[in-house]
Ligand binder design. Structure first.
Ligand code: SF4
Length: 210
């Protein structure tokens, strides 16, 4: 795919949704970090249900530590992997308070030292909380990148590297959200909505459902 086509794709996505954001509900970098940590293999809707209660009880790392692992576990028990996630939440709060002065760190290296925080979570926090031009590739972005030809790759890291390399700078901060939303609502895994897709004429996908 050439530069002009990529530019046109992101121009259209921007025109359709000038201010995209995550569907997770949070207030500030700490709550975003915890929400993303809880979202592994779970829908944003399910995460928002438990964080509505959790962040009321514990809006910051101090309060979360004071709440304790058992209570966190109890509060998030409707989501997958809740026991491991509760342990990670508490250990992450402990690390933030004891190693990072109570603030969520703003570098990938530091973020990835936090329990339960991998490359994808770090990329989301850097991008959404701190406006850095990173790209967290999830299942939706992986599919959209490969189908459209915006970024082809055999694994998420290859797609991430292609996206970071090829997305024009002016779109980079918001590209993550545009691609996720496009994958979630239009370029769906089983039934892509090609007939109504706003980038259909620019997309490489051979099996378009028109
Ligand atoms: S045309 Fe179809 S395959 Fe291509 S991006 Fe749109 S929905 Fe996805």
């Amino acid at each position: 795919m050439n530069k002009q086509i990529r530019y046109e794709i992101f121009s259209r996505l921007r025109e359709a949704n000038p201010h995209p954001t995550t569907e997770l509900v949070f207030d500030g970098p700490f709550q975003l970090l915890i929400a993303v940590l809880l979202s592994a293999q779970t829908t944003d809707v399910a995460v928002n249900k438990v964080t509505a209660v959790l962040f009321d009880l514990a809006p910051n790392p101090q309060a979360m530590l004071a709440l304790g692992e058992e209570k966190v576990r109890d509060t998030i028990k409707t989501i997958g992997l809740y026991k491991t996630k509760a342990a990670h939440v508490i250990a992450t709060c402990d690390a933030i308070l004891n190693h990072f002065g109570g603030q969520v760190p703003q570098t990938r290296e530091a973020l990835e030292t936090l329990p339960g925080v991998g490359r994808k979570t770090a990329n989301v926090v850097l991008n959404t909380a701190f406006g850095q031009p990173t790209m967290a590739v999830d299942t939706h972005i992986f599919r959209v990148g490969n189908r459209t030809g915006i970024a082809k790759g055999k694994n998420v890291r290859e797609v991430e590297d292609q996206l970071v390399k090829h997305i024009p700078k002016e779109f980079m901060v918001d590209a993550h959200h545009w691609l996720i939303l496009h994958g979630r609502y239009t370029c769906k895994a089983l039934k892509p909505q090609c007939a109504t897709c706003l980038i259909e004429d620019l997309c490489d996908y051979k099996a378009k459902a028109l």
